[in-house]
Design a protein around this ligand. Structure first.
Ligand code: DQA
Length: 147
C-alpha cells in the first residue's frame, strides 16, 4: 500500500530548531527510521517536506489522486489552514495527523487543529516515534484492520 508522509513548515530545521521541544533528530533521521518501518510493514513510503501552504495542498491532492494514504505533520498550518483541511477532505484520502510535541501541553493556539476532524486519528507527544506510531496505525487502517 502507498503512503505519503507530508511535512509542513520549519520541519526542515529539525535538529537545530528548539531542541528542548523537538529533540535533536533531523528530518532526515526521521525519514530514515520511517523508511525502515515502512519496509517492515510492506508499505510504499514517499516522504516530503515543504514550507509553502499551497505546495502542501498540492501534495495532499497528489496523494489522493494516486490512491495513497496520508501521514501528515502539517506543523503550524495545523492550527491555521482551512485550505489544507479542505484539501484532505477533497482528496478522499485517509489521513493520520502526527506531531513531535504534545501540542495540548503547549500554548493555547496549538490546542486547536483544523485538520484533526477530517483525519482518521491524531498522534502527538512522542517525538519521532509519533511518526512510526502514525504509520503503523495508518497501515492497519488502510488494510481494514481498524474501525
Ligand atoms: C509541530 C507542532 C506545531 O504546533 C508546530 O507549529 C510545529 C511542529 C510538532 O510536530 O510538534 O511546527 O507540528
Amino acid at each position: 500500500i502507498p503512503i505519503h508522509a507530508l511535512n509542513g513548515p520549519n520541519l526542515n530545521l529539525l535538529g537545530t530548531r528548539e531542541p528542548g521541544i523537538y529533540g535533536s533528530a533531523t528530518l532526515a533521521d526521521i525519514e530514515r527510521d520511517l523508511h525502515a518501518r515502512a519496509e517492515l510493514l510492506s508499505v510504499g513510503l514517499t516522504f516530503r517536506q515543504t514550507n509553502h501552504e499551497g505546495e502542501l495542498v498540492e501534495l495532499v491532492q497528489a496523494a489522493g489522486a494516486s490512491g495513497a494514504g496520508i501521514l501528515i505533520n502539517a506543523a503550524a498550518y495545523t492550527h491555521t489552514s482551512v485550505a489544507l483541511r479542505d484539501a484532505i477532505v477533497g482528496s478522499g484520502a485517509v489521513a493520520v495527523e502526527v506531531h513531535l510535541s504534545n501540542v495540548h501541553a503547549r500554548e493555547a493556539f496549538r490546542h486547536v487543529s483544523l485538520i484533526a476532524p477530517v483525519c482518521a486519528g491524531v498522534i502527538c507527544g512522542f517525538g519521532p516515534y509519533s511518526y512510526v506510531l502514525g504509520l503503523d496505525a495508518l497501515a492497519q487502517r488502510l488494510r481494514g484492520r481498524l474501525p
